[in-house]
Every structure is written in C-alpha cells, then in structure tokens.
Design a protein around this ligand. Structure first.
Ligand code: PMP
Length: 356
C-alpha cells in the first residue's frame, strides 16, 4: 500500500438506476415522469441567448427562487435551490447533521442517506419499518442528532398522514427534521404548511418527478429564513455557482405553469391506480403507493427472476437485492397508459410461461 492511501476518504458510492443507451426500451426504473416538461420549457430552449453563457449564472438563483416562492405563497427567504434534491439533501446533511448523537432514518428508504452519512462521517442509526413496510412514528421520539425520512417513503411508496409527520416533528424539537417529499405531488399532503409553526422543519422537493425535469437537475428546500440562511452559507462555502443559466430559466418557466403540472400529475395517478388493479389480477402483492411507482412482489417468482425476464423483453424496472427483506420486490415506475399496458401483458406472459 502506498503511504498516501491512508489519507484517502474512501466511500462506497450510491448506485443510481441504469440509464440504457438504447431508446426503444420501456423505462420504468428511475421514477422519471413519462410526460414532457411544460411547453414553456421548449420555448425557453429555442429562444435562449447563447451569448449569455459567457457570464457566470446568478449565484442566488433569484428568478427561480422567486418563482418557487410565488407558487407556494412563501417569502423568497424561505426557499433554497440546488442541482437536484440530491444536491439539496447533501447540503442539508453537511449543514445540519453535526451532532455526536446519531441521526435516524428508516432501515428501508432512499439508499443515498447512508452514503452521505458515511462520506461526511455522520453517525447514524436506522429504524426498522413495521411488517407492512410502514414508518412507526413512535420509534422516532428518542434522543438523536437529527431525523430524515421520505414521505411517501421510497422505495415502498407508503405515505404518512400530515398528522403523523407533525407528531415526529413535534417530538424532536431539539434537532432538525427533514421531510424528503420527492414524490408528494402524486397524492400526499405536504408538510409545507408546518414550516411557520416549527423552526426545526425542512421540506425538500424536486423538479425530477412531478415537473418532468430529471434531466435538468433541480431541487429545493423550504424552511424558515434562519435555516435557509445556514444552508446558503454552506452552499457558498462549497460552490457558489451550482445551477447554470439555462436551468434557472427552464425551471422558473416550468414552475409557473400550474395547470400543466396538475394535469400531468393527475394522469400519472390515474395510470398508477389502473396498474394496481391489473397487477392484483396477476396475483402481485403491494401496498397502497401514493407515489409515481409501485413496489410489488409476486408469490410465485423471485424478484431477481422477474427483473431479468422483464429486461429480456426490454422492460426496465428497479430491483434491489439488498436488504434481503425487499429482494423479492420490484419497484415499477408509472409510465404512460400504453407503457403500462405493455408491462402488464409482458408480465402476464412471463407468469403464464412459468406455469406451463
Ligand atoms: N429523494 C428521494 C426519496 C428519491 O427517491 C430521489 C430520487 N432518486 C431523490 C430524493 C433525488 O432526486 P433528484 O436529485 O432527482 O431531485
């Protein structure tokens, strides 16, 4: 071993879902939106002033911050933006999780949380989900260095009521509680109205799912101005120009079109409910997902086998081999009606062939 080896920060990185190079696949593996971004986005791209790229972008991202604040009826000093909610969450871990006590999050959840904690040397403990893959709020009431959980949770899609979310916030007054609402627009009730009531609450959302802009990388946090100031201080100490000029314009235009956002999320929800119905006819078991994916297993075929059979048919879903408890499940993102019809007929064929 070379001498410098011992000084290296060694990390086990997060593994994102596969982005296949071929385009003729049915891609239901990374919870993207099947519909294009709001029409205004194309207009921005066509009319963008290329010469402006000579100049650095606005480090305060004020046009986008203003548009988000207007959408939610907030003040601009209650909004923080980042390059995807992954960036926002990484900044939050760096800024607010600095206790000697462990931060806590569910044992089955977004698999980036333990990666950030390990990388930043933040102690953490995981809290087991109950036998129905639900978060038990009472297990979050003890002493800790901070709390984070997605609502709805990923990859299970299980939603906590606002009442239960408030209970967790209320019972952790001495630490920061982060509610990761990446999927909240698909049928959940946001904790946003609570940011004025609780000074320890941060709500994180993203443009990647309900606003069809995963490719642009835009996320945001909403909290009281004191927390937002602390977050910005860390961001400016790390990299002041995170979001580029084009993305700022694109995202600001997208968030202004409320009608399109509501229409596309409604469509995704409708397709999700149709898919649940069809999956149960095929014998799949799953919870009542309120996100843009369904977490399902089939009692007669392993998760690994189903995943591979689907991939052979050019249908990509997500399969997690660890932990063991979820290794028989597939996380299936909601696509268009047509994509989901194909998924159902391919699954029907796979399960039928197996029984011959
Ligand atoms: N939180 C959760 C729970 C997620 O599933 C994801 C998507 N991978 C993210 C945050 C990050 O999404 P993005 O960086 O695209 O905003």
């Amino acid at each position: 071993m070379s001498n410098w080896e011992k000084n290296i920060r060694k990390v086990v990185p997060y593994v994102p879902g596969e982005q296949p190079k071929i385009l003729d696949v049915i891609k239901l593996n990374t919870n993207e939106n099947p519909y294009p971004p709001a029409p205004e986005v194309e207009k921005i791209l066509k009319e963008f002033n290329v010469d402006s790229l000579r100049l650095y972008p606005d480090p305060t991202v004020s046009d986008l911050v203003k548009a988000i604040a207007e959408f939610y009826g907030l003040n601009e000093n209650q909004v923080f933006t980042g390059v995807g909610s992954d960036d926002v969450l990484a900044m939050i871990f760096m800024t607010f999780f600095n206790s000697d006590k462990p931060i806590i999050f569910p044992d089955i959840t977004y698999s980036f949380y333990d990666v950030w904690a390990d990388m930043l040397r933040i102690p953490y403990e995981t809290v087991p989900l109950d036998e129905n893959f639900r978060i038990d709020a009472r297990k979050y009431y003890g002493e800790n260095g901070g709390v984070i959980f997605p609502n709805p949770n990923a990859p299970t899609g299980e939603l906590l009521s606002l009442e239960v979310v408030e209970d967790i916030i209320k019972n952790n007054p001495d630490v920061i509680v982060v509610v990761d609402e990446a999927y909240i627009d698909f049928g959940g009730e946001s904790a946003l109205p609570l940011i004025d009531k609780y000074d320890n609450l941060i709500v994180v959302q993203t443009f990647s799912k309900s606003r069809s802009l995963a490719g642009s990388r835009v996320g945001y946090a909403m909290a009281n101005p004191v927390l937002i100031k602390y977050l910005n201080d860390v961001k400016y100490s790390f990299n002041s120009y995170t979001m580029d000029r084009l993305t700022i314009e694109v995202a600001a235009a997208a968030v202004k079109n409320r009608e399109y956002f509501e229409e596309t999320t409604r469509k995704v929800i409708k397709t999700r409910e149709w898919t649940k119905n069809e999956l149960s006819k095929l014998g799949f078991e799953f919870g009542d997902s309120k996100s843009n994916f369904i977490f399902a297993r089939h009692p007669e075929m392993s998760g690994q086998k189903l995943f591979e059979e689907l991939k052979n048919e050019k249908v990509f879903v997500r399969h997690f081999s660890k932990p063991e408890r979820i290794s028989d499940y597939l996380r299936i993102s909601i696509g268009t009606d047509q994509q989901m019809e194909t998924l159902i007929s391919v699954l029907g064929r796979i399960l039928c062939l197996k029984s011959i």
